[in-house]
Design a protein around this ligand. Structure first.
Ligand SMILES: Nc1ncnc2c1ncn2[C@@H]1O[C@H](COP(=O)(O)OP(=O)(O)O)[C@@H](O)[C@H]1O
Ligand SMILES: [Mg+2]
Length: 398
């Protein structure tokens, strides 16, 4: 079976020799010259095998290998062969430590390279594209029917559970641009980088975002809201900032979990349009019911398919005098998900900056949320290679 092979080399004669070898075997050739270029091609084209020089411009082959391994989708493993100048064992060890599968010392002999390529392709691929397809993470947006219903609580803890329990690669986006509070929920200081740093760049791509997300100790990455409200103005809807960010993030993660702002402004509508599912969080009271109706009408007006919108009842067993059944009756649509009321666990998690799905997953609230997470994460895990353990994820540089 023909494989897609990415060659990252800067020496023209080596490029030619590698190209001939790859094509001679009937494989498709992809090329790049610098480290950053190579990383971009890997991200976009998802090759079955990478052959790269250890010395490259921009950043070297060791760094490229490390970045691929860090950013690789859980369960996937692209084999990489590094071509090095050094005959020193230390160079080889460095390449293998970075995550390369093989290391060949120059000058390269076509026959040896072919043998290594064949062996790696037999072990790891080529990937069945019909079943795996390009990396396209699920985008889940959470919108509160009114303030204080628990939208941030649900979004933050769902993100943590998707990673810790379902072993997914997850990024959480605080889209409450003016008064986002994920720094409080996750005990992250005001000095951490935010979405404003992302939009300062002329091009918003995955390579750039990788440096901006903050790695939380629970294992998830977080794209924070700006530390002060006035900075929110730098995020511009007419430049499609939110759309660009979401599009890039979904190539890097299994799930992009977005905690939306209360205001249904252009940023929120952009995020909702990009989302695969919109969870509308509510509690059982009249003002929520009224607002959910208005939200549903707005969604119909912007042409959002009806099945993209799912109702989520938080604090479902708290006494309000209105039952879930009667809410469904009034709204004429099902409440798909429910999470119980557990004020102590919820508030102490918030005040300590420790999500309950990280530290109190066995609480009543944790178990209730877990049912929700199991229901939404029904996709089978991709299992070409052993699934990496939680915790070994993108080492964000914050
Ligand atoms: N399931 C729940 N049970 C009890 N209290 C909850 C629950 N979910 C959230 N809360 C509490 O509700 C308050 C508002 O939560 P928050 O997530 O900030 O809401 P929002 O983002 O919708 O404004 C917080 O004090 C939080 O601890
Ligand atoms: Mg909130």
């Amino acid at each position: 079976m023909a494989a897609r092979i990415l060659v990252v080399a800067e020496d023209p004669s080596l490029q030619r020799m590698l190209a001939d070898t790859v094509r001679g075997e009937g494989h498709d050739l992809l090329t790049a010259v610098t480290g950053p270029d190579g990383l971009r091609r890997w991200n976009v084209d998802q090759p079955d095998l990478i052959i790269l020089e250890s010395h490259l411009e921009g950043f070297d082959g060791y760094t490229m290998v490390e970045r691929v391994r860090d950013a690789e989708k859980v369960g996937l493993h692209v084999p990489m062969i590094m071509l090095g100048d050094g005959t020193e064992v230390a160079d080889k060890v460095r390449g293998l430590r970075a995550g390369a599968d093989d290391y060949l010392v120059k000058p390269i002999h076509a026959a040896e390279l072919l043998a290594r390529m064949r062996s790696l392709l037999t072990r790891f691929g080529p990937v069945e594209r019909a079943t795996v397809g390009p990396v396209r993470g699920q985008v889940h947006a959470y919108y509160g029917a009114k303030g204080g219903v628990g939208t941030t609580t649900i979004a933050v803890n769902t993100a943590v559970a998707l990673h810790r329990i379902a072993h997914r690669k997850v990024v959480l986006v605080d889209a409450g641009l003016q008064f986002g509070d994920h720094r409080v929920f996750l005990d992250l200081g005001p000095d951490r980088r935010s979405i404003v740093d992302a939009v300062a760049s002329p091009t918003i791509d995955s390579e750039f975002l990788r440096h901006l997300v903050v790695h939380h100790e629970s294992g998830i990455d977080v794209l924070l809201a700006p530390p002060t409200p006035e900075q929110a103005e730098q995020v511009l809807a007419h430049k499609q900032h939110m759309i660009q960010i979401i599009d890039a993030l979904r190539t890097m993660y299994d799930y992009v979990v977005i905690d939306l702002d209360k205001r249904l402004d252009d940023h929120s509508l952009d995020a909702i349009t990009a989302a695969d599912t919109l969870f509308v969080i509510m509690t059982a009271d009249l003002s929520c019911i009224k607002n959910v109706r208005l939200v549903m009408e707005t969604m119909a007006q912007i042409g959002l398919p009806d099945d993209k919108v799912q109702l989520f009842m938080n604090r479902s067993n708290a006494f309000t005098g209105i039952s879930v059944k009667s809410v469904e009756g009034v709204l004429r649509r099902p409440v798909r998900y429910q999470v119980v009321n557990d004020y102590r666990v919820a508030i102490s998690a918030l005040n300590s900056g420790e999500p309950f799905m990280h530290h109190r997953a066995d609480s009543v609230l944790g178990r209730s949320l877990l049912e929700f997470v199991r229901a939404i994460d029904s996709r089978p895990a991709i299992a070409h290679a052993p699934v990496r353990q939680p915790g070994r994820m993108v080492p964000a540089l914050s």
